[in-house]
Write a protein that binds this ligand. Structure first.
Ligand SMILES: [Zn+2]
Length: 81
């Protein structure tokens, strides 16, 4: 899951999450009709999250990570159902 910051033409900013910008946009409840109001977006990569889970690719904070066989994984991947 990635985090994107949306910059709207009216100056507002907003963070949305999804597997891609399109996915994040949809999950936030926006349709294609909202696109003209969007100025640009950028992916937020390291918002205090300096580690990457090798299993699910998410960015995690130090306190959320677990080392397994030398790999860094997140708590979610560490607790498979
Ligand atoms: Zn993970």
């Amino acid at each position: 899951m990635k985090t994107f910051k949306l910059f709207w033409l009216d100056g507002k900013t907003e963070k949305v999450k999804g597997n891609s910008i399109a996915d994040a946009f949809t999950k936030a409840g926006y349709g294609n009709g909202a696109l003209p109001a969007l100025n640009y977006y950028e992916e937020i990569k390291n918002e205090g999250k300096n580690f990457e889970c090798v299993a699910c690719d998410c960015n995690i904070k130090e306190e959320e990570k677990t080392e397994m066989y030398g790999y860094t994984i997140c708590n979610e991947c560490n607790n498979p159902i």
